[in-house]
Structures are given as structure tokens and as C-alpha cells.
Design a protein around this ligand. Structure first.
Ligand SMILES: *[C@@H]1O[C@H](CO)[C@@H](O)[C@H](O)[C@H]1NC(C)=O
Ligand SMILES: *[C@@H]1O[C@H](CO)[C@@H](O)[C@H](O)[C@H]1NC(C)=O
Ligand SMILES: *[C@@H]1O[C@H](CO)[C@@H](O)[C@H](O)[C@H]1NC(C)=O
Ligand SMILES: *[C@@H]1O[C@H](CO)[C@@H](O)[C@H](O)[C@H]1NC(C)=O
Ligand SMILES: *[C@@H]1O[C@H](CO)[C@@H](O)[C@H](O)[C@H]1NC(C)=O
Length: 579
């Protein structure tokens, strides 16, 4: 009965590795034995042996030193204009507010590479891609785009786009190889991020740092990961080290990336504890959620404490939400409208309401799950959870459709055995992306990405969000972007670089942002494009492309080439920045 909810959650979270759902437990080799004392090099080697136990060794990149910025740097010839000018006429006079953040976004696992060096410990993704290769399309995060050594040149490239900010994530296990409170701290890991942050600052680009973008240290995964409430203290210890090291340089912080998608993955993840006779796999997201919220709030409390003690500079901190408020399949159907609200509760409200409103889950969720399933917060816990975000941040790629489950809403809500309980949404993929008149909600992205170009619906979503979860710190779109259809199957650069569907998506989206600010008076203060260069898209690995620059993964230098979307975004900001 729980599986329906989880299937829905997995399908609706953009960028979730759908491949997880196709793996059955007997395929998994054992997780490493947890290391809780000693923490010697031999212990670390043992964790890496567990990653390599299935016979797939970790490989090294061809480039093994930091490359300096190019002396003869140029973005090359300008592409021809490809959108008629009249399409821009309506917004040409509109400016972005002063201080608007315009940037790009990445995450550690998806770009860094250099995983087994510099004292880094393995993460859940190193382990799973090596031991259950089908989970990651037969690829690994070992090298990816080798950002660890190529970051100076990539920063040079995004600087040429005119960005004033860059969002990245720290790899927990690069800093604490064993993850937990007792783990030694890797100075080499810290040094890498010092250099990275300094390079951004030197180029006039403000860093936005995320503490956790899904890469749980394997040694904590062996102890239950976010299903074990002890992780709250471990995360707080990690957060405190990072705040103290970078808190004078980084002024905008994110604790967690996309908590919904992260917790949903536990239900079908190879780390699902049901293998060991523990909790039911289907319940795991509801064990993860309160632990993650508490870890977030505790880290925020630590951050604010360090600021008020004068140990680090004053900045702001939040969490990057995921989820959405879908459109009703049939706008005239009261039931479809209610299902759309339920989807918004279960996908967005589960994290947003406790943090941004009142420490409680939405009523629909509390009505569905007793406290024995979904832990409620005590008044003391609520005191640190409520208001533990200085602004509202959301990864808002596209909008889907909510259709009432077959058999009707009331019948479904009252029947826990209904396969669609408790959201009671029709989880069929077509039902989630087409409307009552039979038309899709927008142009499809790559079939591997459950995304659509629904830019015309984003203003409505921003308005809904700023009414439902208003924040005095404003609203930030911490990720948006598009997987160009079938880009991975193209072989010629002249085909790849003309990424028109992505370019149109980005430009239309940005124009909607302008109108949201000027016509709807939304306090929207920043946008971050996912992502500067093609990267490792989790379960789809390099088969799914989001980059503004193409990366040739077969070339020894991992050559980057500009796509037209890069110029499109650059030119939009040249026109609309108000500096
Ligand atoms: C820049 O210089 C490098 C090394 O000298 C050379 O390989 C490359 O072709 C040059 N690129 C351009 C665009 O001139
Ligand atoms: C853009 O066009 C719409 C529709 O005609 C109009 O309502 C709106 O005021 C225009 N906005 C600007 C800034 O010209
Ligand atoms: C939870 O974490 C604690 C501390 O790391 C550990 O002692 C305990 O064994 C873990 N529980 C499970 C079920 O692994
Ligand atoms: C990628 O690099 C390989 C090896 O250098 C080359 O043969 C291939 O043509 C390149 N592909 C593209 C699309 O440029
Ligand atoms: C190194 O470059 C060679 C081509 O020269 C390529 O075949 C190989 O896959 C590259 N190795 C890595 C780890 O990128």
C-alpha cells in the first residue's frame, strides 16, 4: 500500500535516478562494516575496498594537476541570432532589481571527480555506481568533468557569461572521510575548497555553498544514513567545521539540496534497510524526512550561533526545496484541483510547512500518517525548526499535471490499500503530463528527464509559492535548466551546439521571471541555471545533458565547447541587468 506513494514521489522528483526502481535487493553486495573508532589509513582503505569489491576499480583522470586559466581565453565566434527580435519586445524595457543574483549551479558528485585521492572517503554514489553499475548507467563519478583540476578554466568560462554568483556543494566525505563526529578532518579536502572559493572571489563571483547534495559518506550509510537520527549530530559537526572554515568568505548558505528527492530514494535505494530485516522500505522516506529537517534546523542554529559570537561573518542560510504545485488535469474538476493541492502538500509542504510556517506537516499528511510512522516535532524541536531559513529557495524546473486516481478521490483517501493512497493522484506518466484536452503540458525534454518546457506556467507557481510560503528574505530559483532531447545521441559538434529547445526554455523562463517581478510584484531575488557544463546526472550519468557547454567525454582533455544556450543566457543578462 505504501509503494504507490513512493512511485509517485520518485517519478515526480526531477533528476531522480529512476533506475533505482528496477533493482532488486539480491543484487547488492554488502555495505562496508561501519568504522566508529581508530580511523586509520587501513580503515579508509577498507572503505574503498568495499567500493571496489565487485571488481570495478576507481580510475584516475588524465589531467592530474590544476590547470591555470587560459591566457588566450575567448568564447570564440558569436553565434548567429536565432530568435526573432520581436519576441523580446514586450520585456525589453524591464530591468532586474539591483543586487539580483544571476548564476549557475553545480554539485560535488556531478562535477568534481578525483574521488579516491586527497584523503577523501567514499560516498554513497561511489559505492553504488561501482557495486550496482546499472544504477548509474554503467558509469561512475570517478572522473566526470574533472572539475577538481579544471575549475579555474570553468570559472573563466562562466565569468564570460557575466554571472555574479556560483552555486556549488561541498563533498562531505572529502572533508570528513568517515563522515561522523569522530572522523579526522582532511586538510587537503578543505584546501581544495579554499582554492575553489578564492578563485570565485578573485573573479568577482559570489559563492553560494550547499553542505549536502545527496552524497552521504558511505561510513554513515552503513549506519543507516538519514534513517538513523544520530546523523543529526554528525551533520551538525560537519556543518560546524565548514561554517568555521569558510564563513568569512561564503555569505549565502544552503544546508540540503532537494530533500524530497533525497528521502524518496531511500525506499528503493540499495541502502534500504529492509534488506537487513529493518523498517519497511516503503516507510523510509517518512523516517528520513524528520531527521533531515532536524539536521537542517540544528545546523542553522549552529550557523547563527557562530555569527552571533562573531566567529564568522553575517550571512544568510536556507534549504533548497524541490517539489511543486501541479496544474489540475481538468481545470473544471474540483477533485483534480484537490489532488493538485495534495501533491503540493506531500511533495513541497512536507518540508516547507515545518520550516517556513509552523513546525507541523500539512494536515493532509498528518491525517494520513500516525506519529508512529512520521515522527512529529516536540515544542522544543519546533522552536529551532520554525524560521530556520532566511529566504525561500526552490529548484523549479517545470510544472506537471495532477489527475484524480481511477475510482475517485474519496474512495482512494479512505482506502489505505488503494495503490494510489494517500496522495490519490493518477501516477501514470501520461496522466502527469497531459491535460483534459489531450495536449501535453509543454515540450518534452530528453526522455530520460521527467521535465517539460512549461515556462508559461512558472509565474503562476512563483505567485502561489510566495503566498503560501512568504519569506522576508525573498524567493530564489536555485536551479532551473533543461535536458535537450536526444543530445547524447548526436555525434557532430555543429548539431550539439545548436541546443535550441534548451535555449528557448532558458530565455522564456527568464522573461517570465522579469514579468513575475514587474507585473506580479514577486520578491524574486536570484536565479541559478543548471548547469555550466554537461555533467554526471546521477542514474542517467552522461546520457542526459543539461550543460550550457558541451563536454567531450571521449577526449583526453574533456574539451568544453559553447552551445547557443550559453550566449542566450549571457545576452539576456547583458540586456536586463540594472547595474
Ligand atoms: C590557446 O593557447 C593554447 C596553448 O598555447 C593552444 O593550444 C590553443 O589552441 C589556443 N587557443 C586559441 C583559441 O587560440
Ligand atoms: C507585455 O504584454 C502583455 C500582453 O499584451 C501586457 O499585458 C503587458 O503589460 C506587457 N508588458 C510590458 C512590460 O510591456
Ligand atoms: C545509528 O548511529 C549510531 C551512531 O553512529 C550507531 O551507534 C548506531 O549503531 C546506528 N544505528 C544503526 C541501526 O545502525
Ligand atoms: C570527441 O573527442 C574525440 C577524441 O578526441 C573525437 O574523435 C570526437 O570527434 C570528439 N567529438 C566531438 C563531438 O567533438
Ligand atoms: C584518458 O585519455 C584517453 C585517450 O587519450 C581515453 O581513452 C581515456 O578514457 C582517458 N581516461 C580517462 C580516465 O578519462
Amino acid at each position: 500500500m505504501w509503494s504507490a506513494l513512493l512511485r509517485t514521489t520518485v517519478l515526480s522528483g526531477a533528476l531522480v535516478p529512476v533506475a533505482y526502481t528496477q533493482i532488486s535487493p539480491p543484487d547488492f553486495p554488502p555495505l562496508p562494516v561501519p568504522i566508529t573508532s581508530g580511523y586509520t589509513q587501513t580503515d579508509l582503505d577498507q572503505l574503498w575496498q568495499s567500493v571496489e569489491q565487485s571488481g570495478i576499480p576507481v580510475v584516475k583522470a588524465n589531467i592530474t594537476r590544476v590547470l591555470e586559466p587560459l591566457a588566450n581565453f575567448s568564447v570564440g565566434p558569436e553565434p548567429p541570432r536565432f530568435r526573432p527580435a520581436y519576441l523580446q519586445a514586450n520585456t525589453s524595457s524591464l530591468k532586474l532589481p539591483k543586487g539580483f543574483l544571476y548564476g549557475v549551479s553545480t554539485s560535488a558528485t556531478q562535477v568534481e571527480g578525483v574521488v579516491k585521492e586527497g584523503g577523501r572517503g567514499p560516498s554513497s554514489w561511489d559505492w553504488v555506481c561501482h557495486n550496482v553499475p546499472s544504477t548509474c548507467s554503467g558509469q561512475t563519478p570517478d572522473v566526470v568533468v574533472n572539475e577538481y583540476y579544471l575549475y579555474k578554466q570553468d570559472i573563466q568560462r562562466v565569468k564570460a557569461m557575466g554571472v555574479n554568483t556560483f552555486s556549488f556543494s561541498f563533498a562531505w566525505s572529502r572533508i570528513l572521510p568517515f563522515g561522523g563526529k569522530g572522523s579526522p578532518v582532511s586538510e587537503e579536502g578543505l584546501q581544495f575548497y579554499d582554492n575553489f572559493v578564492d578563485e570565485l572571489l578573485k573573479n568577482g563571483i559570489e559563492p553560494v555553498a550547499t553542505l549536502f547534495h545527496w552524497d552521504t559518506p558511505i561510513n554513515l550509510m552503513s549506519q543507516g544514513g538519514f534513517l538513523n537520527r544520530s546523523i543529526v549530530e554528525d551533520f551538525n559537526n560537519y556543518a560546524s567545521i565548514v561554517f568555521q572554515r569558510y564563513g568569512n568568505k561564503v555569505k549565502t548558505w544552503i544546508t540540503f539540496n532537494e530533500p524530497l528527492a533525497y528521502c524518496a530514494v531511500y525506499s528503493t535505494f540499495p541502502f534500504d534497510p529492509s534488506q537487513k530485516g529493518g523498517a519497511s522500505a516503503a516507510l523510509t522516506p517518512f523516517i528520513c524526512a524528520p531527521n533531515l529537517i532536524e539536521a537542517h534546523a540544528t545546523a542553522v542554529q549552529t550557523y547563527r550561533g557562530l555569527v552571533s559570537q562573531g566567529k564568522i561573518a553575517k550571512g544568510k542560510i536556507s534549504i533548497k526545496h524541490d517539489g511543486q504545485k501541479p496544474l489540475p488535469f481538468d481545470p473544471d474538476s474540483e477533485s483534480d484541483r484537490q489532488v493538485a493541492d495534495r501533491v503540493a502538500d506531500f511533495f513541497l509542504g512536507i518540508f516547507s510547512q515545518p520550516i517556513h510556517v509552523d513546525g507541523n506537516y500539512p494536515q493532509t499528511i498528518e491525517d494520513s500518517f500516525p506519529p508512529s510512522v512520521l515522527r512529529r516535532f516536540t515544542d522544543e524541536e519546533k522552536a529551532i525548526i520554525i524560521g530556520s531559513a532566511d529566504f525561500y529557495a526552490i529548484d523549479a524546473y517545470s510544472i506537471a499535471v495532477a489527475k484524480t486516481a481511477p475510482g475517485g478521490l474519496e474512495a482512494c483517501i479512505s482506502d489505505m490499500n488503494n495503490i494510489n493512497w494517500p496522495i490519490c493522484q493518477d501516477t501514470d506518466a501520461v496522466a502527469q503530463h497531459t491535460r483534459v484536452n489531450g495536449w501535453p503540458i509543454g515540450a518534452s525534454a530528453d526522455p530520460l528527464a521527467p521535465l517539460f518546457d512549461t515556462t508559461q506556467h512558472m509565474r503562476g507557481f512563483f505567485k502561489w509559492l510566495s503566498e503560501k510560503y512568504p519569506s522576508p528574505g525573498g524567493l530564489y530559483i536555485t536551479e532551473f535548466g533543461f535536458a535537450e532531447p536526444f543530445e547524447a545521441s548526436l555525434t557532430e559538434l555543429y548539431q550539439i551546439t545548436w541546443d535550441e529547445r534548451r535555449a528557448n526554455y532558458l530565455l522564456d523562463y527568464l522573461n517570465e521571471v522579469l514579468l513575475a517581478i514587474h507585473e506580479d510584484k514577486i520578491d524574486l531575488r536570484g536565479v541559478f541555471v543548471w548547469t555550466p557544463v554537461d555533467n554526471f546526472e546521477w542514474g542517467s550519468a552522461t546520457r542526459q545533458k543539461f550543460g550550457l557547454l558541451h563536454v567531450n567525454f571521449s577526449a583526453p582533455g574533456l574539451d568544453r565547447t559553447y552551445k547557443i544556450s550559453f550566449f542566450q543566457v549571457r545576452d539576456f543578462f547583458r540586456e536586463h541587468f540594472s547595474n
